[in-house]
Design a binder for this molecule. Structure first.
Ligand code: HEC
Ligand code: HEC
Length: 611
């Protein structure tokens, strides 16, 4: 039966939980701006030697920064806060040096050793001083850490300036491999030592490795994703992603990225590299990435290549000053795909059709290199394969018929194509060729029961099948072909509506073909399977989470989507909202007044299953 491979643009709705509230962000920006102005004013006051006024300004600005830090509960803007604190601290010193007495800054917020300090030691010094004792210095426990190497303690509680550990770290001598630890982590260490190097765990003999749960993974602060609003001048997928693809990912890809900085997905870019965050939203001049492109921070990037043009560097700067927003569907999607998907969105039907035919020829060559493919081009399909030309034409004709049926069934306007660009239909002479295709192009082995499947990712859209043999029973072969094609066309159409979950497109594809060709043996087999699949599934939710065997899942998905379709007006409303760009969860909730989980429970109950 139809089976989709969804290396699809992953579910956008998963993001909604982590998005900063727009209003808060604007508020935050305004506050940072106000503080920046105070700092500029402080500079003037020093020049004008108005130290009394400077003192007052320092105190009020420190309060503003503390408020800012307190409001930043997610720690998204830690780097900005750290920088502001450092800047205002120098003005505090200037005022104090000039005889102004200021109240001590509020240090009541104590640093937690367990939560904040131990992770730094484990992640940055762990290999040499926690799991080992290089230089006879062990940080295995807080006791050995405070005892120091044989030469004596390296931490003086209350006195960071006199603590050798802090000195070595601030001077970049430890860790010794030239990878300085980020400023904000140094600030945590300083604060911890100045606060008395206190231990807030239960037992001073507990190994640091046990205090820090996911020890070993370098832990870094991470920015959260801010979504583009549409009014930005620079868009990540249009302007930035293609530059990263052409100039950076060769060295900053997912395998062994240089400086531990991956630039192959938006998420990895946000996470930063050895030095810490590579971008500070709103602060292009402070952002390591821009500084590296301009050659202002060690080696210029791209390393050993001509510099990017001023125009391109300016694009990065503008993107960051506009808040480093994300306009793609998923921040774990590769930049290659984001760039392609963007391009595909702006292409015309014909341009995309040409692109898909080109991809089809490439894929074919990869899978069946010793046999050229024939091509039959129809207005909305390109059938590509090693069956006879007549057979290619028969498949194209059947596809055109099924497209009309699918459109009618899903109430899509039949006057226009179901989606932009043609659908490629690969028609293989043998099952062996089909399996080779899947192995070479999709890097997976097809199960024996799979007769066809589809793939859709905006750039490419194709279905695969071995045309059923005509002969003794022509109508059975025609039915089998119709069944395969209609599920592939429906599946691709449902995915073209946006980022939809797998159960929906897969179940929808099966539901459509089951209605159109109800007597097909494959459809009957699926229906027979349902009771057993339900018995095997751990809960009703399995249909959504995919927590069922490959044999059971299609039967469950088919039945669940048929349940949703049993209320045609609601199903149509769902498709309509998807079509205008509503994200899936919201569209589902609007149409059915329930979420997927509640609907799955209702479906189970409807089937007499307590689930
Ligand atoms: C790659 C291994 C390695 C890492 C990572 C490392 N160190 Fe060291 N450390 C050493 C070696 C080797 C010595 C002894 C030789 C020396 O002094 O250079 C040492 C010595 C020290 C000493 C005592 C030396 C002195 O001069 O008093 C301190 C304190 C220290 N390290 C702190 C740290 C801290 C803090 C970190 C993490 C931020 C860290 N080290 C990370 C290898 C490492
Ligand atoms: C030929 C390999 C190569 C290419 C191409 C390359 N880089 Fe790098 N990159 C490196 C190496 C090696 C380092 C570590 C040394 C350094 O920081 O100078 C690095 C470091 C960096 C850092 C600092 C990361 C940190 O946390 O320390 C940034 C930012 C960066 N690269 C950005 C880029 C960007 C943006 C591009 C594309 C425009 C790019 N690089 C292209 C090799 C490369």
């Amino acid at each position: 039966m139809g089976r989709s491979v969804l290396f699809c643009i992953a579910a956008g709705f998963l993001l909604s939980g982590v998005l900063p509230v727009e209003a808060q962000e604007v508020d935050f920006k305004a506050k940072v701006q106000a503080i920046n102005e105070s700092i500029n004013r402080a500079k003037e006051l020093v020049r004008e030697k108005k130290f009394q006024e400077l003192g007052a300004l320092v105190v009020s600005t420190e309060t503003a920064i503390d408020e800012l830090a307190a409001a930043d509960s997610q720690g998204d803007f830690k780097t900005v806060v750290t920088r502001l604190k450092r800047q205002i601290a120098t003005y505090r010193k200037t005022a104090e040096r000039n005889g102004i007495e200021l109240p001590k800054p509020d240090e009541t917020a104590a640093v937690s050793f367990v939560k904040e300090v131990a992770p730094i030691f484990v992640n940055r010094c762990g290999g040499c001083h926690v799991r080992n004792m290089r230089g006879m210095f062990s940080m295995a426990t807080i006791e050995s850490l405070l005892a120091g190497p044989p030469a004596g303690p390296v931490v003086k509680p209350g006195k960071s300036v006199e603590s050798r550990l802090v000195q070595l770290v601030s001077e970049g001598e430890m860790p010794p491999n030239g990878t300085r630890i980020p400023e904000e982590e140094i600030a945590v260490l300083v604060k911890w030592v100045d606060g008395g190097a206190r231990f807030d765990g239960d037992n001073r003999m507990t190994p640091l490795l046990e205090l820090v749960p996911q020890a070993g993974q370098p832990e870094r602060p991470m920015l959260s994703v801010a979504r583009a609003t549409g009014s930005e001048k620079v868009l990540f997928s249009r302007d930035i992603a293609p530059v990263l693809v052409d100039n950076c990912i060769e060295c900053h890809g997912d395998q062994n990225p240089r400086a531990q900085l991956g630039l192959d997905t938006f998420q990895r870019l946000l996470r930063g590299g050895d030095t810490g965050l590579a971008i500070e939203p709103g602060e292009p001049d402070e952002s390591l990435l821009v500084r590296k492109l301009k050659g202002l921070a060690g080696d210029r990037m791209p390393l050993n290549r001509p510099a990017l043009s001023d125009d391109l560097i300016e694009k990065f700067a503008t993107w960051i000053s506009e808040g480093a927003k994300f306009d793609g569907s998923s921040e774990t999607e590769t930049v290659v795909m984001l760039a392609n998907v963007y391009q595909a969105r702006v292409m015309t039907f014909d341009e995309l059709a040409r692109k898909r035919l080109e991809l089809a020829r490439q894929n074919w060559k990869l899978a069946v290199p010793d046999e050229a493919a024939g091509v039959f081009e129809a207005p909305r399909f390109a059938v590509v394969g090693n069956v006879s030309q007549g057979e290619l034409g028969r498949v194209a004709e059947a596809a055109a018929r099924q497209e009309k049926e699918v459109a009618r069934m899903l109430r899509a306007p039949s006057s226009e194509p179901l989606f932009k660009g043609r659908l490629t239909v690969f028609a293989f002479k043998s099952r062996f060729d089909y399996q080779e295709f899947s192995r070479m192009v999709e890097q997976r082995d097809l199960g024996d029961e799979v007769r066809g499947h589809y793939f859709f990712n905006v750039v490419d859209a194709y279905g695969c099948l071995v045309p059923p043999k005509t002969g003794s029973d022509d109508s059975a072969a025609d039915d089998a072909l119709a069944c395969l094609l209609s599920s592939q066309i429906a599946g691709a159409y449902l995915e073209s509506l946006g980022t939809v979950p797998r159960w929906f497109s897969q179940g929808g594809a099966l539901a459509v073909s089951s209605k159109l060709v109800p007597k097909d043996p494959a459809v009957l087999r699926l229906r027979d399977r349902l009771p057993e699949a339900m018995r095997n599934a751990p809960s009703a939710e399995a249909v959504i989470t995919g927590d069922a065997s490959v044999q059971d899942l299609p039967a469950l998905q088919l039945s669940f989507v048929e349940f949703l379709m049993s209320s045609p007006s609601q199903f149509t409303a769902l498709l309509k909202s998807l079509k205008v760009g509503t994200e899936f969860q919201a569209a589902l909730a609007r149409a059915y007044r329930a979420d997927a989980k509640a609907l799955a429970m209702a479906w189970a109950k409807n089937n007499g299953w307590s689930g």
